[in-house]
Design a protein around this ligand. Structure first.
Ligand code: SF4
Ligand code: SF4
Length: 236
């Protein structure tokens, strides 16, 4: 993987980085916009989202993808995110006019988890291995807890949604997504999981839950966006 600064100065504080990904038989070249100068790790997350969209779009070519706006059965799953993503989404959330409503939905979700004995496992999911994560994901989906960002079955942070949400594209009918345990959902086969690559290469690796905001947000190192992207995509 390469991430090379592409454009010199622009007056709007935006720079461009050329990203080349190659793995197995898959390759992708794209240019993403990033803030110029030294930035915190979470500030390159929007660029990662665009890279994830490009990967999913290339992998979906020729397939009949079922996902449509207003289709939200998948938004009742455990959504694993990396710490940079969680920091980015928390900042997006704090800046919104409906931040209090989102917090109320998040509190409701956390209450449901507490009532069902899953709160500890979800807030401490960084420590879980793959088998424990799979088991937690099944128990979580059985509860049917809607994501705090879901309103009228639509994602209200669609442009900023987590990488794992972007990677969840399916070719089976949407009704299958609403039936936990039946395992009839067929996903678009991706060359690799960008969300997993970012989770492993973040400064503080590991999965977090989308509904557990980070306890600290302002202790991050700052570096060039191309440097962060090289680091975060290093093993792709
Ligand atoms: S994953 Fe399933 S529920 Fe989610 S948008 Fe796609 S088809 Fe709809
Ligand atoms: S962030 Fe958006 S797409 Fe992801 S689970 Fe929540 S509502 Fe659904």
């Amino acid at each position: 993987m390469q991430a090379l600064p592409q454009s010199p100065a622009s007056s709007d504080g935006i720079g461009r980085v050329r990203v080349s990904l190659a793995t197995g038989g898959f390759s992708l070249e794209t240019i993403v916009e990033v803030p110029r100068g030294d930035v915190a790790e979470h500030e390159v997350v929007p660029a990662l989202g665009l890279i994830a969209d490009s990967i999913v779009s290339a992998a979906s070519r020729g397939l009949d993808v079922s996902c449509r706006p207003g289709c939200g059965a998948c938004c009742r799953q455990l959504v694993p995110v990396s710490l940079p993503e969680l920091r980015h989404i928390t900042a997006v959330w704090a800046a919104r006019g409906d931040a209090d409503e989102i917090a109320a939905r998040r509190d409701h979700a956390q209450r449901r988890l507490r009532d069902n004995g899953l709160a500890g496992a979800v807030s401490g999911m960084t420590a879980l291995d793959a088998r424990e994560m799979a088991s937690l994901a099944r128990r979580y989906m059985d509860l049917g807890i809607a994501c705090p960002f879901l309103v009228d079955e639509r994602c209200t942070i669609h442009d900023q949604r987590p990488l794992s949400c972007r990677e969840y594209a399916v070719t089976t009918p949407p009704e299958e997504c609403a039936r936990p345990g039946r395992r009839l959902v067929r996903r678009v086969p991706l060359p690799f999981s960008l969300s997993g690559v970012v989770r492993r290469n973040a400064s503080e690796p590991g999965w977090r839950s989308l509904i557990c905001p980070p306890s600290h947000i302002d202790e991050e190192l700052r570096s060039r966006a191309a440097t962060w992207l090289r680091r975060l995509l290093g093993a792709a």
